[in-house]
Write a protein that binds this ligand. Sequence first.
Ligand code: GCW
Length: 654
Amino acid sequence: ALLLICVSLCTVSAARAEDGYRLWLRNAPVADAAQQRPGQVVLVGIESPTMILARDELSRGLAELFPGGATGRTTPILLRRVIGPQMREGAFTIASMDQGVAITANSDTGLLYGAFALLRELGQGKALASIRLDEAPAYDLRMLNHWDNPDGHVERGYAGRSIFDWWHLPGHVDARMTDYARANASIGINGVVINNVNARATMLEPRYIAKAKALADTFRPWGIRLYLSARFSAPRDIGGLKTADPLDPAVRAWWKAKADELYSAIPDFGGFLVKANSEGQPGPQDYGRSHANGANMLAEAIGNRGVVIWRAFVYAAENDEDRAKQAFTEFQPLDGKFASNVVVQVKNGPIDFQPREPFHPLFGAMPKTRLSLELQITKEYLGFASHLAFLAPLFEEVLDADTGRSGTVADTVSVIAGVANTGSDRNWTGSHFDQANWYAFGRLAWNPKLPSKQIASEWAAQTFSRDPAFLNAVVPMMLASRDAVVDYMTPLGLAHVMGTGHHYGPAPWVADLDRPEWNPVYYHRADRDGIGFDRTATGSDALAQYAPAVAKRLLADEALLLWFCHVPWDHRLTNGSTLWEELPRRYDRGVATVARMGTTWAGLAPYVDQQRHRAVADFLTIQADEARWWRDASLAYWSSVSGRALPAGHEAPA
Ligand code: GCW
């Protein structure tokens, strides 16, 4: 009877696993029975909660990967905590030794990451004896930024309501919080900001601090520190003060007391993330003070216990300077003025998470300031969760971009942040393939040099199937997907032509919004003569914010043509075509790629359980329809402003 119960439980959990809840941590059984099997997991060193998690995670994962149990020749796995060479927190090695396979680290989290790394390698079908790793994270802080509101709504979230159950916290911490922490730990994420940068001061009230503490206690053993977005006007909103002026002694004292209160509840509290004087949020400029004044005041309150992450995403309605220039104009002169525990967080590009943007000119331009790179994992401008777009190539493009000043973007930053795409949907991210973007973010924050192809392959093998025939088809499909979106939404450097407010679907014609820089026409500037935003010296000269050699390279990059130049419709491209000829080709190419993705996926049914296969196929059909919508609506509009006939095969719809 016991056996029967076990069998039926196992069946239930196997069926459950296919709704995507288990993410890339499925540990599907390894078929090759001839493989050397891992045996018992042995802890060497003082046991801590994190080490125990590492051991249990490994034991459980191995039992799932090798369900036959430890029959035949087995090799013990040693988790060795050593006192030893100076390694970056989280570093580990994996190597075969006489006594077995050893995961060695000089920190608890190193062992935890090592345990997950071993499972990742085995999960791809690698033989135990062949696994040799020597890894250290490239950055100390690898964090998710949640844009989750206390009422459960997630700004730019496409995966349901927030995963944070404020209503029942702190009395009840949902088991999902452990699953969430575990997923993050498995890819090396070690910091989470749990509330929206458009913050409510509520989050800093004692009742919410108690809730945050319950989450922090849950995340801690997984090596994750909790951070809060702080509303700059909190001393007024909830503190009973008349001002939030950062130079006012009462305001400074209020923040210091608030920080102390946080640290007494959460001893390893990470610090504050702040969006100030941006899109209507309060900030130091309300009192005639600078961003540095504001950030440094909070930094003083936090002291050496944590950091203040201050966002550089600023642009103002009153300012008629090119929006792409404003962050640099405001922040670059402040280089050297920020306290040492302030990190300035810069979005990957100068506008706003578009399908393709040049890298932000602040990277490399603030050598005396710690910078964080902010990436958006949730796909606000890339078709939400409905469209399949694997973002590793986008992330890789920005990380690898040469700033011409002090190396690549990856070289110039010390923190990597990603705007989370999680929600309470069963599959966490709203679509199965969006799990890959969470995964890719974590892997690149750990090692910015990992190629997109490897990340895609690792993820797909663990999430769906490690069969080479499956991987050989799905990996190229994933790698081509982001370029497809660029082609059918914003080819040749176009940007911000999405529907008003929600940013879904085409709306390049919108011209009547209150603020000029919210209108798509502000960005594409199409008229009878041509199209594109002149950001050269004859226009806004945003180009001059880059190092001269880089500016030259960007100007020559046709993928960014209309980002930097306003060109006539008859402008000749390097392939000999005119812009008017090339545009429809790009849209067509995007549409064709999506159609191909649908065919590829249809052929992969034998490798994927029915439930997830069907869900992905449905979404690809939606995407195929919407790629055509994007193409047809965009071309019809460009035709109407240019006064040129639509190319053959692109008749205006009836
Ligand atoms: O991309 C824009 C989004 C806003 C967001 C803002 C920001 C959180 O449309 O929803 O607000 O950027 O990054 O602050």
